[in-house]
Design a binder for this molecule. Structure first.
Ligand code: 5GP
Ligand code: ZN
Length: 134
């Protein structure tokens, strides 16, 4: 638990939230600034700032819970699709430094924007990256 972390307080129930799911290790809540109807956040009760700090076991459970709630949202709201988004670092759009997974139901012709302009994979970049994994 980090003292000034809002998601620690929400996850542990110290700040009330619209909760869709809760167990000993996680809480799933509705986002207060939803990108679309049903936008939810999967939040572990332990504090990890981001994916890189998250214990493997928590990471594995998080995706199982994301799948479960995403299925309920998509079916219940009759969404046409659903984005799973997870931001790490301010450069990636992270604004709350407590790991969370966004579940964003998508509807035909909605205004949600989770897009980028595709580039081209150059030979030099490809070699640089492949080298890291050899
Ligand atoms: P990030 O930008 O860090 O990936 O996502 C943070 C998300 O948390 C945003 O979508 C924002 O709307 C949501 N959020 C921030 N503060 C609160 C809060 O106090 N309650 C809830 N339910 N959502 C919050
Ligand atoms: Zn926290």
């Amino acid at each position: 638990m980090e003292e000034n972390c809002i998601f620690c307080k929400i996850a542990r129930g110290e700040i009330p939230s619209a909760t869709l799911y809760e167990d000993e290790e996680f809480r799933v809540i509705l986002d207060l600034g939803p990108a679309s109807k049903g936008h939810a956040l999967v939040i572990p009760k332990i504090h990890a700032a981001n994916l890189f700090e998250l214990p493997d076991e928590t990471a594995a459970k998080a995706l199982v819970i994301a799948k479960k709630v995403a299925t309920q949202l998509k079916e219940g709201l009759q969404a046409d699709g659903l984005n799973v988004v997870q931001n790490n670092g301010a450069a990636a759009g992270q604004t709350v430094d407590h790991f969370h997974i966004h579940l964003i139901p998508r509807y035909e012709n909605d205004t949600v924007n989770v897009k980028w302009v595709p580039g081209t994979l150059g030979e030099a970049d490809k070699e640089d990256i492949l080298k890291l994994f050899r």
